[in-house]
Design a protein around this ligand. Sequence first.
Ligand SMILES: NC(=O)c1ccc[n+]([C@@H]2O[C@H](COP(=O)([O-])OP(=O)(O)OC[C@H]3O[C@@H](n4cnc5c(N)ncnc54)[C@H](OP(=O)(O)O)[C@@H]3O)[C@@H](O)[C@H]2O)c1
Length: 327
Amino acid sequence: MRAIIQTKFGSPRDVLKHAEVDKPSVGNGEVLVKVHAASIHIGDYYMIAGLPYVMRPMFSALRAKNRVPGTDVAGIVEEVGDEVTQFRPGDEVFGSYKSAFAEFACFPEGALASKPSTLSFEQASAVGVSALTALQALRDHGKVQPGQKVLITGASGGVGTFAVQIAKAMGADVTGVCSTRNLEMVRSIGADHVVDYTQDDFTVGDRRYDLIFDNVGSRSLSDTRRALTPTGTLLANGAPVGGWFGGVMHPIGALVSSLFARQQARPFVSTSNPDDLAVLKEFVEAGKVTPQLDRSYPLEQTPEAVAHVGEGHARGKTTITVDTVDA
Ligand SMILES: NC(=O)c1ccc[n+]([C@@H]2O[C@H](COP(=O)([O-])OP(=O)(O)OC[C@H]3O[C@@H](n4cnc5c(N)ncnc54)[C@H](OP(=O)(O)O)[C@@H]3O)[C@@H](O)[C@H]2O)c1
């Protein structure tokens, strides 16, 4: 089958190759998916670039078992292994696991859910890590309640576009922080207020938020805390990534700082599970969440697609359309 493979760390244009590899075979509890579309999240880029350097031993260990990068897919079940109970060949599915940038991907049953009938394969592939992160941040870590004031930075990005819609669906009063070119898009997906970070600073002024879901980390923790209510929560989800530790120290700093304050400041790591994929499916089918698509690339142009996401200016989700051929 055709797939994208990675042999070393570096720029996606240099280290990703379009190649023929063996089709994976299903084991117990696994599902072979004929991939129609995959999407890219910023973590895919960091794993390919090997950033920050301190993470390279862990990324190398993962790659030793898996040369094909990619996490999120949507497609059609081709074959199921023993003990699979939820799916059968022909089912349309979406989910989040590994080795997504290929014509076929083998996922554990629990990493998949039925594709929302209202979505195309491209849209369904875009849900994955970004939407799981937004859901778990707002519901589990932020414990958003109706009427609360929630500010979301990076509101135009992969996580942010889901977060704006999910926070709105949870009844929050939502403020999205984005650049001028994205103001209308962020309003159109439900933000009650928008802040153009090229003109205004959300940490200055009188407005206070019960929850700040920070997907960018461009401001210091003390500046960001100033915009919280006295008992508000900061979810430090983003930080500039690069060099040895860039992207690692900011969330740790957030955790340590909340030991000394009434305001909570915490990092978290999202996880994929079938229950949350089902919750996202319900949001989508109820018309409360619609994946916002940026650009779409054919499989062989995955290096360009990952480089685009790595530039940090994605507008919603970037997808890869896999032109499947009969294998
Ligand atoms: N906790 C977890 O498990 C988890 C999982 C996934 C992702 N993450 C983290 O979540 C963060 C966001 O990921 P993502 O996939 O949403 O990234 P993304 O798709 O690359 O989006 C980044 C967005 O941020 C906007 N932006 C840049 N500077 C900004 C600023 N100063 N203020 C407001 N918006 C700004 C960009 O728009 P403009 O170019 O128009 O500014 C872009 O739309 C990353 O740091 C990632 O590592 C964490």
